[in-house]
Design a binder for this molecule. Structure first.
Ligand code: ADE
Ligand code: ZN
Length: 335
């Protein structure tokens, strides 16, 4: 049995495996510019965030119907559950779909159907987080929030993703204020490729409760002190950092130093179909590459539940934390 954990940084569109992409392309009469799944996999060599995003947005063109979104999410939940995920907070990018003529209601209905069944089908509790594309305008983000109003009963929070540099959090102050007024939780990608000042802006101007990535906080020791003092969780994605070349090799990932510094770190998969593994694979990879011992892995698993938006179900959080505490790594390491 794998170590129980929560996944807090996962783009559902980033779970689109080549096989499902081709199946959906066939189903919807979409032509993909790749001969087959192997040719597509060969395209997974990225220079940076933008080169990944170009392929990510192109491939999601196969997603059209509510059933497509359902099948995508159900496939992720099955894989995640097999790797010990007991709670998943799932990002989606409505603007990437509405721009192609797919209504936000279609997206939320399909994802919602898979998420509603997830606890019974896979033993995974879920939350949905709607992300604004930061390389689109602030007006577009506001219009997206407005269009989501009929579905807010199934959306827990808002996030901010896509191309970071040149699109600081300050651009989205108004929409985050409006989201807060609607009772939505707030997170944002910051310090993935962008400077530490974007992390400070996300905290001070957007009022976020967690920072997605946050890797570049290490360049500002006063910011590290603040993140430690205020117990701001970071949703780190080590395999993503290597594939998008924020870090040269996994062995050089600063995760151990960040934990030593007292930062509230979690480990997540970001876009697992593209970056070489789901969250259990990621735990395994950091264990091997960074020599993390069992107590460090247990701490990461504990942090994932502590940092989750399970505040509306403290009983479940307590139960899952107790499972982590009682977890026996045994003779044969699972992670
Ligand atoms: N969208 C999907 N994955 C992303 C990432 N790693 N950074 C920013 N936006 C994203
Ligand atoms: Zn991300």
């Amino acid at each position: 049995m794998p170590l129980p954990k929560a996944e807090l940084h996962l783009h559902i569109e980033g779970t689109l495996e080549p096989e499902l992409a081709f199946e959906l392309a066939r189903r919807n009469g979409v032509r993909l510019p790749f001969a087959d799944t192997e040719a597509l996999r060969r395209a997974y060599l990225f220079e940076d965030l933008q080169s990944f995003l170009d392929l990510y947005y192109e491939l999601m063109g196969v997603l059209h119907t509510a059933d497509d979104f359902h099948d995508l999410a159900d496939a992720y939940l099955a894989r995640a559950a097999a790797q010990g995920v007991r709670h998943a907070e799932i990002f989606f990018d409505p603007q990437a779909h509405t721009a192609r003529g797919v209504a936000i209601g279609t997206v939320v209905e399909g994802l919602g159907r898979a998420l509603d069944a997830a606890e019974e089908r896979h033993g995974v509790s879920t939350r949905l987080i709607m992300c604004f594309l930061r390389d689109q305008s602030a007006e577009s983000a506001l219009a997206t929030l407005e269009s989501a109003r009929p579905y807010l009963d199934r959306i827990t929070g808002v996030g901010l993703d896509s191309a970071e540099v040149g699109h600081p959090p300050s651009k989205f102050r108004e929409v985050y204020e409006a989201a807060g007024a609607l009772g939505l939780r707030k997170v944002a990608h910051a310090g993935e490729e962008g400077p530490p000042s974007y992390i400070v802006e996300a905290l001070d101007l957007l009022g976020v409760e967690r920072i997605d990535h946050g890797l570049r906080c290490l360049e500002d020791s006063a910011l590290v002190d603040r993140l430690v003092r205020e117990r701001i969780p970071l949703t780190l994605c080590p395999l993503s950092n290597v594939r998008l070349r924020a870090i040269d090799i996994l062995e050089e990932h600063p995760l151990p130093a960040m934990m030593d510094a007292g930062l509230l770190c979690t480990v997540n998969s970001d876009d697992p179909a593209y970056f070489g593994g789901y969250v259990g694979d990621t735990f395994h990879a950091v264990r091997e590459a960074l020599g993390l011992g069992e107590e460090r892995l247990r701490e990461l698993a504990r942090n994932s539940f502590l940092a989750s938006f399970l505040d509306d179900d403290e009983e479940r959080r307590a139960r899952l934390l107790a499972e982590v505490d009682a977890y026996d790594f045994g003779a044969e390491p699972q992670e």
